[in-house]
Every structure is written in structure tokens, then in C-alpha cells.
Unconditional design. Structure first.
Lengths: 307, 250, 290
């Protein structure tokens, strides 16, 4: 029992207790970690359904701006603006990406790549929603501890929730769409509807992350569509192990603190990410988590046998 | 559209760039019959099936299913209406156990509709269906990963996936290809049972001897045209059919 | 004003075509969307700059060397990295993306940002055409664009290698049975695409300056043109280049420059809704696609 439950309980316990002993600076890093972990999980979910997104920043930024707008212009309390931003962020992103779902996967990837970049240019040029200065003076969350624990718990819920989902028959259909969509269509299933659903779930999670951060920083501006928010999730998933949500989280756990430590290197950081990505995808494509999982399952242990 | 016909195809044409794959094809499929579709390679048999099931759209012409025009419907809608097909190139989900391969068809809205709104326990239904097509339950064959199964079982799996949808019309694209005589002989009773349940079956085949034993009527295609339709005996006596297969002196 | 806008629209269109043509070639043939494309464009510009300003070479040799070096880099990129992940879409995209990212951010980190980083124009001369003032460089862009498009067309339709390129794109297996070496052709196409990016950079960069952010912009523009035109279709690149080029210029003149990006975005959305595979895209029917 412990053999099975152990690996699942360990990270939960760690995540919940670690904040108590960390300095405020590192607590901020934990929030960042949770956000990137969420983005990585949502990225992985899309990848398992056959859609490779190069623009998680789109979902993140959409949620961030929506929550900012709800809070700043209509004065909604964060507890209302965040959920609203999550749902509407998901809806808007899904609607925008609907046309490309019918095409080959590469169109989806390209479209998700250019959308955040285009949105940034648009905001910059038309100066809407605060333009280059962004919107500031957002309402913060009630307390520092709540701020920290709410996102950690949310990440854990998303992690285990998505795991459950993808392990169920519904998830099987999604993975089937990735492997052989002709076969799934042949079963009378509308693959585009399923893809749209997966897209909605993933983008809603991304939007939640963005909306949350708007209230943590009390600011939203063009940087929410930055390339960083698109690349980190992919790097985390690749390093940690594509195809497993735990791997995505593991990747984030490794890369986010690492990037903090390397902050002194400035721009060189991203250069290293890029190289990291390439090396990992070519040399260790299965990712660290799968490697560990394999080894863990190869451990010999005593098992009671009923005589 | 007469009551006895389940499919009516009128002047169906499909052109791919410069190639006319199906040309002004007319044909009627009677309810409850077993129709064989034969013809030399490249005569448009699989294209015809793809047109009927909505995987490709016709250039012109109509396909009526129970009186309804399905020519431009998307594939998943047509299958939800009650047509099922197998593919010539069998590609299951190799890492999944055989019975898990059945989950996806069992997830179809069609199954939900036929079972009156509830899905039931898909794993159990899958195992039952597989047993029907010959996956021996005691030998736990259904639990083997699809990648480990020999061709005979893969074909049965493909058949089971079609049966799972509880269709009215089943189209089998070269089901017998790659099977030994014994394997064919063991699959035929399964097809017969389907017929007894009232299903209409269309079989595209190259193995004529085995097909003629069970088919009611046969349609011959050549270069996308319907050149002959009737009982196996009549069709094989047809000069044009002989020329199509064997060539003529010129 | 109309004539002026028209003339600049034509220039803009050819600029876009030049930008997109390398990307389109690589994708249409080796099937790899080279997300390092923008980085290669910028890299070749920086290489020319370094050769000129750090080693004192005159412009033309620097440009030629830089184009060759970039082409070689493309070949290396394929051989060392892409070859190992050929066929897995996710890995190809991530790998090329990672390489592009590293290159651009490396230049940014090393401080290659500023107005002094630019390349000289070929001939510092200007003309008056139809009442509009236009400089030689821009005319060269149109000229080079035409030249490249025509040469590529001739290459892919009338030379053995070019036909091999198209063969691999249409059906790799059959091409292999004809003795066409798929890996060699793919290497050629990636390096050719890189070389074309370098050529485009040599002639377009003089209009502005080199900056790492340009790299992402170039990638966006090339992607936009290829999405609208249809991946893999040269005719599509031309048509899309003109559509976007004209749309951008006319929007700029009559509505203001901040609307140009939105126009491109709307253009993409409209095309995708009406004809998802692009204007001249040869999106195969469902069963063939899979």
C-alpha cells in the first residue's frame, strides 16, 4: 500500500509543508513554481490529445487581462474576477483556436505561437487596456498565506484531476484522437468536439494561472504574453517527461528554482533553456519522470502471497 | 426509394485531380442482403466505401441511406446514423490491450442512443463482444496488447469494433485479406450470425471463392464504373467482367 | 498618395515573399517547420556585420560568406539534431524552436542591440517612380524577389534535384524506391531554406537595423504568409505575400500604423475559417492525411 501511495503522498506533503520553512523570497518562487507547473500540466494535457501548443502564454495572458479588466473596470473582488476570468478566458481562447482544430497539428502549433506575439503588438499599438503601461492597482488577495496556499492546492487539484481524467475512458478517447484520429472518427465520435473540450480545459487552467498572478502582482501588462510563459511549460514537460502530468510538475520543480538561481546570468538563462530543450528532446526524450518511474517499478520487494 | 433498399447511390462521381476514381456509379443495396463488391485493383472500391461513410465528399451524385441524403454529411454523423465500416489496413492502438481498443467505439454517441441513454460497463461489454468474435475468454486473449496479436485476431478486433456500434449496415473492406483458409472459415459463421440479426452487409473482397459462398449479390467495379451486378454466377459469366480481370485480346 | 501607397505595397509584398520563401521551401519539402528560421535570418545578418566591422572585410564578400555559413549551419542543424527526431512532430518543433531561441537570446545577451548594428545598402541611390520617391534598395527587393521566385520555380520543375524535392514532399516511400535519398534531400532543403533566409536578410536588413526581436517578427511574418498561402505552395506564398503586403500598406496609409498587425490577424482568421488549409494549400482528404 505504501509502495503505491508513497510516491503520490510525498509531493503533496512536501508542497504543503515546505512553504512553512521558506523565506519570503522563496515563497514567492513557490508561487511562481505552482503557476508554471499548472501551465506545464495544461500543456501536457493538450499534447496528450494531439495538440502541441507553442503558446500557453495566450491562455495565461488572456486570463490575466480578463481578471484585470473585471477588477479594474468593474470593481469585482478577486474571488469573483478570477473564476470569471478562468471561464471566459477558456471560452475565448477555445473560440479563437476553433478554426485550426480541423487542420494538421502543425497549424495549431504555429497559430498558438504567433497569437500571443500578435496580441502584444496589437496592445502596444492600439493602447487598449493600458497599452504599454498596463493596468495597475489591482486588488490583492486577502492574505499572504492564502495567496501561497491557494495556488499550491489549486495546482495539486489540477494535477490529480487531470490525471484521473486522462486515465478514464474519456482520456482514452483523447489519446486515441492523438494516435489515430481516423479510427476514432470511424467510431462515430466527433473528434473536433472532443478536441475543443480538451482545449477548453487546458486554456481555462492557463487562464486561471494568469488571473491569479494578476492579483499577486497587482498588475497586468504586455509581459503576460511573454515567450517565457510559452516556453517554460514546454521545457518543464520535456525535461520532466512528456505524457505524464507528474513529469510536467517535476520539470517545473527542477527548472523554476534553477532559473531563479541563474537569474544573475540575465539573458543567458534563456539561451541555456533553449539548449537544455534541444539536448533533452534529442537525448532523453522520455524525460526524468518516466526514467524514475521505470526504476521504481523495477525495485524488487516482498509481496505476501496467500497460500 | 423503395422500402427494401437501404442504400441508393445515384450517379456518384469522385475526381481526384486528374484521376476519376468513381464514375457515374448507380447502385441499390437491398436491406438484409450480403452484397459483395469486387473488381481489379484501383477500380474504386475503397473510394466508394469512403464516399459512403463520409470520409471523402463526392464531386457529384447522391447517396441515400434509408431515404436520407448523406452525401455531404461528416463521417461521424453518418456512423451515428447506423453505418459501420472496417478498414483495409488494420491499425489498432498497439499498446492498449485488445479489450481497451473497444472502449472507443463503445464511447460513441451511437451506442448511447441504442442503449437508451446509458453506456453501461464498457469493460464488460467489450469482453462480451470480443468473445462473440472469437477471442477465447479462458485464454485471456482479450487482455493481450493489440501489438502482440496475430493478423487473424486483429481482423476480428476490427470486426468487433464495427459490431459494437450496433449498426444497420456493416461495410467490410477486405476482411479476408491476409487470413488462412481456416481463419476465413472461422469468421464466416460470425458474419452469418450478423445476417440472421437482420444486418445488411457489404463486403469488398479479392478472395472470390470464399466471397461467392456467402454473398447474395455481387457488384463488379472497373475504373470506377459499375459494370455488372447480380448473382455471382451471372456476374462471372459476363464478358466485360472477364475482360476487366483477365484482359482481352487486342 | 494612392500611387505612393501602391508602390510601397508592392515593395512590402515582395519583402514578405522573400521572408517566407525559405520557410515555405523547407516545410513543403522536408516537412519540418523550421522554427529556427527567424534566428537564422538574424544570425546571418550579425555574421555579415561581424565580418565587416570586426574583420574589416568589404560588404559583398562578407555577405557571401555569411550566406554560405548560414546554409552550412542549416545542414549541420539537420544532420546533428533534426535527423535524430525526424518524424516526431513534437520533437522537431521543440528542437528547432530551442535552437532558434538560443541563438537569438545569445545575441541579445552578448549585447548586439542598437542602431549601429545594421548592414549597408547596395547602392545609395533613389528614383522617382510615378511621382513617388523610392530608393534603390527597395527596387532591388522587388527585383530579387522576382528572381528568386522564378529561379525556384525553374529549379523545382526542371532540374533533377528540384523534381526530387517535390517527389519527397508528395510521397516519400515512392521517391525512395526511385533511388532518391530522402535524408540528403532533406538536408539540402533545410540548408537551402536557411540560405534563402540569409539572402533575404542581406537585402532587407539595410532598410532598418538588426535586432534579436526582429527574429521573432520574421518568424511570425513567415508563418502568417505561409498559413494564409498554404504551407508548401509557392504560388500561395506569392498570393499571400501580396494580400498581406497590400493590406498592411493600405491600412497604414489610410487608418494608421497601429492597425496593421490587427489586419494581418484578421486576414489569417478569415482565411482559416473559409479555406483552412490556406489559399493554395493542398490539404489532403481526411483518409489520405492520416
Amino acid at each position: 500500500m505504501l509502495y503505491v501511495a508513497g510516491p503520490r503522498l510525498l509531493p503533496v506533503v512536501l508542497f504543503l509543508t515546505l512553504p512553512l520553512i521558506l523565506s519570503p523570497y522563496w515563497q514567492r518562487v513557490m508561487i511562481s513554481l505552482a503557476v508554471f507547473a499548472m501551465l506545464a500540466i495544461s500543456w501536457d494535457m493538450l499534447a496528450q490529445s494531439g495538440m502541441i501548443s507553442l503558446g500557453q502564454a495566450l491562455f495565461f495572458g488572456m486570463g490575466a487581462y480578463l481578471s484585470g479588466i473585471f477588477n479594474h473596470i468593474w470593481g469585482f473582488h478577486p474571488f469573483i474576477s478570477i473564476p470569471l476570468a478562468t471561464v471566459f478566458g477558456g471560452l475565448i481562447c477555445t473560440l479563437i483556436l476553433l478554426p485550426v482544430l480541423r487542420l494538421r497539428g502543425i497549424y495549431f502549433s504555429m497559430f498558438t505561437l504567433i497569437l500571443p506575439l500578435m496580441l502584444v503588438r496589437t496592445i502596444e499599438a492600439t493602447k487598449i487596456f493600458g497599452g504599454t503601461e498596463g493596468l495597475s492597482g489591482m486588488s490583492p488577495l486577502p492574505s499572504g498565506w492564502l495567496e501561497l496556499y491557494l495556488i499550491i492546492v489549486a495546482t495539486l487539484i489540477v494535477l490529480f484531476g487531470f490525471r484521473r481524467l486522462m486515465a478514464s475512458d474519456y482520456g482514452l478517447v483523447l489519446k486515441g484522437i492523438r494516435d489515430n484520429d481516423r479510427s476514432v472518427t470511424n467510431a462515430g465520435i466527433n473528434i473536433y468536439r472532443f478536441k475543443a473540450q480538451a482545449l477548453f480545459l487546458s486554456s481555462a487552467v492557463g487562464a486561471f494561472a494568469g488571473a491569479y498572478m494578476t492579483h499577486v502582482y497587482m498588475f497586468v501588462g504586455m509581459p503576460v504574453f511573454a515567450l517565457d510563459y510559452s516556453i517554460m511549460p514546454i521545457a518543464s514537460a520535456v525535461v520532466g517527461g512528456v505524457g505524464s502530468f507528474a513529469g510536467a510538475v517535476l520539470g517545473a520543480v527542477i527548472l523554476v528554482p534553477l532559473s531563479e538561481v541563474l537569474r544573475g546570468l540575465g539573458g543567458l538563462r534563456i539561451v541555456l533553456y533553449g539548449l537544455f530543450l534541444v539536448i533533452f528532446i534529442v537525448a532523453i526524450p522520455e524525460g526524468i519522470f518516466h526514467y524514475i518511474q521505470r526504476k521504481y517499478q523495477q525495485v524488487e520487494r516482498w509481496v505476501d502471497v496467500d497460500r | 426509394m423503395s422500402i427494401g433498399s437501404i442504400i441508393e447511390i445515384q450517379k456518384l462521381t469522385k475526381v481526384f485531380g486528374g484521376v476519376i476514381a468513381v464514375s457515374e456509379l448507380d447502385c441499390t443495396i437491398r436491406r438484409g442482403e450480403l452484397l459483395g463488391i469486387i473488381g481489379p485493383n484501383g477500380s474504386g472500391k475503397t473510394t466508394l466505401v469512403n464516399l459512403m461513410t463520409g470520409f471523402i465528399k463526392p464531386t457529384s451524385g447522391k447517396i441515400l441511406y434509408n431515404g436520407q441524403n448523406i452525401s455531404r454529411m461528416p463521417a461521424h454523423r453518418i456512423i451515428q446514423l447506423g453505418i459501420a465500416r472496417t478498414f483495409q489496413m488494420v491499425r489498432p492502438f498497439y499498446q492498449l490491450p485488445a479489450y481497451k481498443n473497444m472502449i472507443i467505439p463503445l464511447y460513441s454517441p451511437r451506442v448511447k442512443k441504442m442503449l437508451g441513454g446509458r453506456y453501461g460497463d464498457r469493460d464488460a461489454v467489450a469482453l462480451d463482444l470480443l468473445e462473440e468474435v472469437g477471442f477465447e475468454r479462458d485464454a485471456y486473449v482479450a487482455y493481450k496488447p493489440a501489438g502482440a496479436l496475430p493478423q487473424g485476431y486483429l481482423k476480428r478486433l476490427e470486426l468487433a469494433k464495427a459490431i459494437a456500434l450496433q449498426p444497420e449496415l456493416i461495410i467490410l473492406d477486405e476482411l479476408f485479406s491476409g487470413l488462412s483458409l481456416a481463419e476465413v472459415a472461422s469468421i464466416v459463421p460470425i458474419i452469418e450470425k450478423l445476417r440472421q440479426r437482420g444486418k445488411t452487409i457489404v463486403m469488398i473482397e479479392h478472395r472470390l471463392k470464399e466471397l461467392f459462398r456467402i454473398a447474395d449479390r455481387v457488384m463488379v467495379l472497373n475504373f470506377g464504373c459499375n459494370i455488372a451486378m447480380g448473382t455471382a454466377k451471372d456476374v462471372m459469366a459476363n464478358e466485360e467482367v472477364k475482360n476487366a480481370y483477365l484482359g482481352s485480346e487486342r | 498618395m494612392f500611387i505612393g501607397t501602391l508602390v510601397y505595397a508592392i515593395v512590402n509584398s515582395f519583402t514578405l515573399i522573400l521572408l517566407a520563401i525559405g520557410f515555405n521551401l523547407t516545410f513543403g519539402i522536408s516537412g519540418v517547420a523550421n522554427f529556427a528560421y527567424g534566428a537564422l535570418y538574424i544570425m546571418s545578418a550579425y555574421l555579415s556585420w561581424m565580418l565587416m566591422n570586426l574583420m574589416g572585410l568589404p560588404f559583398f564578400p562578407s555577405a557571401i560568406l555569411s550566406i554560405l555559413a548560414t546554409t552550412l549551419f542549416g545542414a549541420l542543424m539537420y544532420r546533428l539534431v533534426l535527423l535524430r527526431v525526424r518524424g516526431q512532430a513534437l520533437s522537431e518543433v521543440i528542437a528547432t524552436f530551442g535552437i532558434g531561441l538560443s541563438i537569438l537570446e545569445l545575441f541579445r545577451y552578448l549585447g548586439f542591440v542598437g542602431f549601429e548594428y545594421t548592414l549597408p545598402v547596395f547602392f545609395d541611390h533613389s528614383f522617382i517612380i510615378a511621382g513617388t520617391y523610392i530608393d534603390m534598395q527597395r527596387i532591388l527587393i522587388v527585383g530579387l524577389g522576382l528572381l528568386l521566385v522564378v529561379s525556384l520555380w525553374l529549379f523545382t520543375h526542371h532540374t533533377a534535384t528540384g523534381l526530387a524535392f517535390r517527389g519527397i514532399a508528395q510521397d516519400e516511400r515512392t521517391a525512395l524506391t526511385f533511388g532518391i535519398d530522402s535524408d540528403w534531400i532533406a538536408t539540402l532543403s533545410v540548408s537551402l531554406g536557411a540560405g534563402l533566409a540569409a539572402i533575404a536578410a542581406t537585402i532587407i536588413i539595410p532598410l532598418g537595423s538588426i535586432s534579436p526581436s526582429e527574429g521573432y517578427d520574421v518568424l511570425i511574418k513567415a508563418l502568417a504568409v505561409c498559413i494564409i498561402g498554404g504551407l508548401g505552395s509557392t504560388g500561395g506564398v506569392i498570393a499571400a505575400g501580396f494580400i498581406i503586403g497590400f493590406a498592411e500598406r493600405f491600412t497604414d496609409t489610410y487608418f494608421g500604423s497601429h492597425w496593421t498587425m490587427i489586419v494581418s490577424l484578421i486576414a489569417i482568421l478569415i482565411v482559416l475559417v473559409i479555406k483552412p488549409s490556406g489559399l493554395f494549400g493542398q490539404q489532403k482528404e481526411l483518409e489520405e492525411r492520416i
